[in-house]
Design a protein around this ligand. Structure first.
Ligand SMILES: [Zn+2]
Length: 290
């Protein structure tokens, strides 16, 4: 087993000309997977190729592109963007809780057809968002249950979006036995340790995004420290949730390395170990490029 040595990542030692005993953690290559990003969005139309190239140069082995309903007959460009990067990018399709009340019968049928495609690795993101309440809560719950059922029928994992709806979310996931079979992940988990433990008890994975680097995220860092390494994923949720020190700018998948470094720091593990474990977990859950 590797010795915990997270503190070394913060120490200034080890520059050029040091003896061969000196290690420079920052320079060690990491093998990363971004388990949730939206680089099919218009935010990247001008420079998507550069964004992908930077991610690959930074050690990003794979990325899951979350494709969402945007309007009648329109699930965005996740499938096309992923098809342009075979073996590197993998699409999902889903209806976000924000939008679910506006989705008609034709588009629910289209979701079923797209989700069944062999290149689509998961259903989602789906879930509950009681913070914004952009769709009425009963519609959110029905949409969530419908997409959990779809994922189950297709034998694919589900990507869950949850905000200020912990109780209902847990009840629906429990009733659907969502942690069994192909399983799933609570994306952008930002709760406390007890909440993390409830999802882990259901058999679900947790994915942590750039919020973990925010100054105010002490409770999330405590939760992240407690999540077993074999149930943890990392993500950027690009273009959102840009980690420190890039806050205020558009996020991009290369920044998942900053999420890994912060989790490694709180877990007192080498960053490359956290990177390798979270990459392997994402590859296993979403069956990426087997
Ligand atoms: Zn998302």
């Amino acid at each position: 087993m590797t010795q915990p040595r997270g503190d070394q990542t913060l120490s200034p030692g080890g520059g050029e000309g040091q003896g061969e005993g000196a290690t420079v953690e920052m320079d060690r290559p990491m093998r990363l997977v971004d388990s949730h990003c939206h680089i099919d969005g218009p935010e990247y139309d001008a420079d998507r190729g550069d964004v992908v190239a930077r991610a690959k140069a930074g050690g990003l082995a794979k990325a899951v592109i979350v494709g969402l309903w945007r309007g009648p007959g329109d699930f965005g460009w996740a499938l096309e963007v992923a098809a342009a990067e075979p073996g590197w990018a993998f699409p999902t399709v889903g209806v976000h809780p924000h939008d679910c009340a506006r989705v008609g019968a034709d588009d629910w049928a289209l979701l079923e057809a797209l989700a069944a495609r062999p290149d689509v690795v998961a259903v989602g993101e789906t879930g509950l968002d009681y913070h914004y309440d952009h769709s009425p809560r009963p519609a959110q719950r029905a949409s969530f249950e419908r997409q959990l059922d779809l994922a189950r029928r297709l034998g694919k994992p589900v990507t869950v979006h949850l905000r200020e709806a912990q109780q209902d979310c847990l009840a629906i996931l429990t009733a659907a036995r969502a942690g069994e079979g192909p399983g799933g992940v609570v994306h952008c988990f930002s709760g406390i340790r007890a909440e993390a433990e409830a999802y882990l008890a259901l058999g679900l994975h947790l994915s942590i995004a750039g919020i973990v680097t925010f100054k105010t995220a002490g409770a999330l860092r405590e939760a992240a420290a407690a999540v077993p390494l074999d149930r943890l994923l990392v993500e950027t949720d690009s273009p959102f949730l840009t980690p420190v020190p890039h806050r205020g700018k558009r996020n991009e998948p290369a920044h998942v390395a900053l999420v890994v470094r912060e989790i490694a720091r709180v877990k007192r593990l080498p960053p490359e170990e956290v990177a390798a474990a979270t990459a392997a977990n994402a590859e296993r859950l979403f069956r990426l490029g087997a």
